[in-house]
Write a protein that binds this ligand. Sequence first.
Ligand SMILES: Cc1cc2nc3c(=O)[nH]c(=O)nc-3n(C[C@H](O)[C@H](O)[C@H](O)COP(=O)(O)OP(=O)(O)OC[C@H]3O[C@@H](n4cnc5c(N)ncnc54)[C@H](O)[C@@H]3O)c2cc1C
Length: 708
Amino acid sequence: MNHAKIVIIGGGFAAAKCARTLRTKLSPNDCHILLFSKENHMVFHPLLADVAGASIHPDSAAATLRQMLPGVECRTESINLVDTSAGQIEYQNDRGQSQRANYDHLVIACGADSNLGVIPGMSDHAFPFKTMSDAVRLRLHIIQQLEKAESSSSPEQRKFYLSFVIIGGGFSGVELVGEINDLIRESMRFYQNFAEDEVKVTLVHSGNQVLPEVSPSLRDFALKKMKQVGVEVLLNTKAAAATPEGVGLPDGTLIRTATVVCTIGTTPERLVERLDVRKERGRIVTDADMRVSGLQNVWAVGDCACIPNTFNNEACPPTAQFAEREGRQVAANIVRVLRGEPTRPFYFKQLGQLCSIGGRRAVAEMFGLRISGFLAWFLWRGVYLLKLPSWSRRIKVGLDWGWDLIFPRDLGTLRTGQAQQLAVAYYRPGDFIYREGDPANFFYAIEEGEVEVLRSTRGEQAHAAFAFLGPGDFFGEAALLQDPSYGVSTRARSVVRVKAMSRNLFSGLAGTMAPSRGILAELARRQSQALWQHFPASKEALSKEPLSSFLEPLPSCTLKPDSTLDQALAMLNANAVGFLFVLDGQQRLFGVLSATDIANALVLIVSTPVDQRRDASEVQVRELLSADPVTISSDDSSLLAASTMFEHKLNWIPVVVSKNDHHLQGFIQAEKITYWQLQKLGKQTLTGALAAALRDDEKVQRRTAGAA
Ligand SMILES: Cc1cc2nc3c(=O)[nH]c(=O)nc-3n(C[C@H](O)[C@H](O)[C@H](O)COP(=O)(O)OP(=O)(O)OC[C@H]3O[C@@H](n4cnc5c(N)ncnc54)[C@H](O)[C@@H]3O)c2cc1C
């Protein structure tokens, strides 16, 4: 046998078993085994729920690969690319340069990634549950919620902190909900200021039964016992969105909660996505012996592979039980190939299923037997203890579990790393982003959607919108500039995504970077004007005047997204208005093209070298226009139209049917509103107010210049 170089990508169940089997079957003279795994440890996923529920320590459920695999070279570079034609893998070395390594045989066992993108807002507001750091972060967060509830004097806010939502009623969702529920209810006696009936732990599942893989009697048992220990189970319920306020359901209801955990959704690793081989639902298709279809020396195992099981001619499920067997058998097949022997197809009969459901109960189906309750839970613990990859881990976990039977769970929150300073937040239409009176600690920049700025009407709870903000706008400056009198709320008018920057980060940037000083100055200017402070009579008059009084009809000439630059130019010349509307096939507003956009495009064409220059008839307006322009709805007030134009420094604004229906109705011109005000209120009133506003603006500019 020639000396072979075998490269393994991955450090999970499949990869570790493969490396260990190869090392026992082949001596270092026969082969060099090189294993690349992003983390230097193997995570024992079935115990992640115990880590999140604080019944075992994190390091008990993770085993260090180089200690577990003597005789195997373990590296932590992440593999970016597999070049099957050159027989090489590519990774970034410690200096950030791309480097390649050859292989004689390659085993791809890189698992799958969690994918929170399946539900809007989940990736921003839900905890994933796949890695050790996910479990550790979740445990810390849960205990922090208990601490916050203990110190909160508001019953509503306490309910928010004490509500926990887990999405997905499969094995990991059920085990996790059980552990979280146990952690919280067992820890109640250490907290003085809230009662058990304020705690709500909810499992949201789209199917009509939890644990669809086990037999109906066990499912019913699991459901009954979960309810008995206080878990609320919502069946046939799909989460529609996640926001900082909670989980939105399709019927529009919101489960208010500060904790959402998503246990559903996977996506292939980037490496697999880039691999040009046959795939089934993102998994690499292999032959029965686990060779990647069409390749002789590349093999795939575990969650990243779609392997036919000759036991039942079905694809193997993505479970640890299968991944381990696949890892062991792929190693045996590689050894056979190196010895010139025929390979064997994968064959495995599943041994059974075990799932802990909380309250020291589990359900188990093994060797045709169905067991539930405490005995099943004891079996569950025994089986997983034996399955742990080393004796040191078995003893550690055994001690943790023994400790957990006698002593309460550890509620310490040892902080690691820095608090998150820049986050993305997702809001549904109608969600409050900031409520007047709440502690304001963030500065927000809108990435997508429209936000309305509201002031509560005098003596009432109701809010009246007085301005709109859109993509590229920012708000939250009241807190940053420390002006407690600036009492407004902000609410999402459409689906909104914002970047939220903490006060510390913003102040730090403002102190060191010139551009953020500019932003601060602009914020101060905007804030100082307090818009209607000097124009109460205008405000009063405008709020009574219907928007239709100012509505200009829809222009006769509009463009389509695929209209060309020369058509736009001709239309602009014929119209003599400073802008053109671009409508889609259904006559909805697609964007706006201004005279400046057109002029810029022409300048660009003229300044491009002749041989690379495009003709104006080749440039489509979709490349030039401002998509997603700020609009107002036909049922909005004239006051809102005026405020929005003022905020955005617009001379005109398009009017659409409603915030959900962007059919264009016409537009409003600032000029027309000003003329109307002059007629209605008289020149003297307006000029007096204007002079006062300018004096205030000058004061603030001086103050900001001093601060900067
Ligand atoms: C919370 C939870 C509970 C579970 N409970 C059970 C259970 O009770 N029973 C059961 O049978 N199954 C269970 N599973 C499923 C089981 O964990 C997986 O099927 C199993 O981990 C798959 O093993 P794997 O080796 O294919 O991948 P993984 O164990 O996911 O390992 C993938 C490895 O590849 C590495 N990697 C990824 N990309 C790269 C790259 N580009 N370069 C280098 N390294 C890379 C990663 O760092 C990781 O080490 C559970 C899963 C979860 C998330």
